[in-house]
Design a protein around this ligand. Structure first.
Ligand code: NAD
Length: 513
């Protein structure tokens, strides 16, 4: 279609159906089966990308290891300069790359651009870090001794990413340590990963680094497993579902490797009776229907104080009826399609299950959307975002369904709301809406939310890059970016140095010969 041609040609991607290589180490290759990139909004085929064979993955892993031996010798500030140059290239392409994310993943235009902007922000952050990744100097109990804690490069970071953030996740992980990276993106967003790598390749080469500093291996779960089990990968950073993450965590642990797991969320918003309801309304709507409910931080559970529940719902439900759903590339659209036909089936299955078990639908529109679409759009994965009141003991409460389905429940006290918030296996994001200082203190304190992200008067999604991002419990405990997260991407050594002529032993141990 004309819209696809415009977006693809802006990034010099083929528009005639010729296949792209999906593997990059020091050069582009890929002789495994082709994967098709499909537009979630129209169903049309956007492009074809070749995957990595087992042998190509093995070779790419070896080349990434070789690259790490070159990269580790580069001084931090010099590496910061490489990242700054990457930042310039990306900042120049925010619009083009953002539109490709919208075309291939399905998120709306401003969110696609926002994702690339986050990539740019992370580069700024990493450039600054490159001059300040410090160790420590500690005093020793032994005279004329000193102890250092020294961060050194880790080696190879393997990155496995999810479909919903096809751009942003990669640099979060790779840029802060002094490491080379090998990236296995989601099989359903191959064009975006090739486009990102092609944009950054000239920067890597111009700075005399091997291409395999930023290796790419396109493939499915088998390619992912090969990466996870390779002893050449020092750290596996995995973003994806709890089920796959559980397996990945065990496999990496089985070879005593290191992993960072960023898994599913089941995020709640609590609205107290003293809250600014207009503020809460806007926050809930964005976090529940934004990205068509396909963020790890999307709001899944809405917990309302009984005294304001009816009023809040009477404000929220009409907004669901008036949502502009349609072409993600149209700037007026608020809600795009689901990513795949499989996501639509999951949405339908979850909804019908809840209704069969006695749940009550609150929105007037639900299910597949088949009206008001432009001609090409009829082939897309369209659903209506819904609000539903499941039974209190429905299994849906403890699971993540990656679709725009919002569950509602009431509570009477803050303690009860916190108990419900904490009662699920996942622990990613949570928000409390209140104007009461005591409620705020309880929420943030030891008896408050057990999540990794604990917000007040702002929604569950839309984190910034400066604070540590990640979740607890079955979300995997990972912190992939922000705060002190960089400390996981380096190898720490504790060094005791003796600058005297004698050899005193610690803890007063005597060993005279
Ligand atoms: P997924 O688990 O299906 O796939 C994630 C990645 O793992 C893909 O690249 C896939 O090819 C790969 N993979 C599949 N099986 C594998 C195996 N056995 N070994 C190694 N790799 C394997 O997830 P998805 O559907 O792409 O993404 C949605 C999920 O990601 C949601 O659960 C969402 O909450 C989660 N997510 C979490 C965060 C976070 O920061 N916590 C961020 C984004 C997405």
């Amino acid at each position: 279609s004309a819209r696809a041609t415009r977006v693809l040609s802006a990034l010099n991607l083929p528009v005639d159906g010729s296949p792209l290589c999906g593997v990059y180490d020091n050069q582009w290759r890929g002789s495994g089966p082709e994967v098709l990139s499909r537009c979630p909004a129209a169903g049309e085929i956007l492009g074809r990308v070749t995957t990595a064979t087992e042998e190509e993955t093995r070779n790419a892993l070896a080349r990434t290891k070789e690259a790490s031996l070159v990269v580790r010798k580069m001084p931090g500030p010099k590496r910061g300069e490489v990242i700054r140059q990457m930042r310039e290239v990306l900042a120049d392409k925010v619009g083009e790359l953002g539109d490709l994310v919208s075309l291939e993943m399905g998120k709306i235009k401003s969110e696609g651009r926002g994702e690339v902007q986050e990539f740019v922000d992370i580069c700024d952050y990493a450039t600054g870090l490159s001059r300040s990744m410090s160790g420590r100097v500690l005093s020793s109990e032994r005279p004329e001794h000193v102890i250092y804690e020294i961060p050194n490069p880790l080696g190879v970071v393997g990155i496995i990413s999810a479909f919903n953030f096809p751009v942003r996740i990669w640099p979060l992980l790779s840029l802060r340590g002094i490491n080379s990276t090998i990236w296995k993106p989601s099989i359903t967003t191959p064009l975006t990963s090739v486009a990102v790598t092609k944009l950054l390749q000239p920067v890597i080469e111009a700075n005399g680094l091997p291409g395999a500093t930023i290796s790419l291996i396109t493939g499915g779960s088998e390619t992912g497993k090969q990466l996870v089990s390779s002893p050449l990968v020092d750290l596996v950073s995995f973003t994806g579902s709890e089920n796959v993450g559980r397996q990945v965590g065990q496999d990496v642990q089985g070879r005593f490797g290191k992993s960072i797991l960023e898994l599913g969320g089941n995020n709640a918003v609590i609205v107290m009776d003293d809250a600014d309801l207009q503020l809460a309304l806007r926050a809930v709507l964005f976090a529940a229907v934004g990205t068509t409910g396909q963020r790890c931080t999307s709001t899944r559970r809405l917990l309302l104080h009984r005294s304001i529940s009816q009023k809040f719902l009477s404000m929220l439900l009409p907004l669901y009826d008036s949502l502009t759903i349609g072409d993600p590339l149209d700037p007026k659209t608020l809600v795009g399609p689901l990513h795949t036909p499989g996501s639509v089936e999951m949405y339908e299955g979850t909804l019908s299950g809840i209704l069969d078990r006695g749940g009550k639908l609150l929105t007037s529109r639900s299910g597949r959307m088949d009206e008001g679409l432009w001609e090409e759009g009829k082939g897309g994965n369209w659903v209506y975002p819904v609000v539903i009141r499941p039974k209190k003991d429905d299994p849906c409460w403890s699971q993540e369904t990656f679709a725009p389905i919002l569950y509602v429940n009431e509570f009477d006290t803050l303690e009860e709301a916190i108990e419900i918030n904490n009662s699920v296996p996942q622990g990613l994001s949570s928000s409390l809406f209140t104007n009461n200082l005591q409620s705020m203190g309880r929420w943030l304190g030891p008896e408050g939310s057990d999540c990794g992200l604990v917000n007040i008067n702002t929604g569950t999604s839309g984190a910034e890059i400066s604070a540590a991002f990640g979740g607890n419990k079955s979300t995997g405990w990972g912190r992939e970016s922000g705060g002190d997260a960089w400390k996981q991407y380096v190898s720490w050594s504790s060094a005791s140095v003796n600058y005297s002529n004698s050899l005193p032993l610690a803890q007063g141990v005597n060993f005279e010969v």
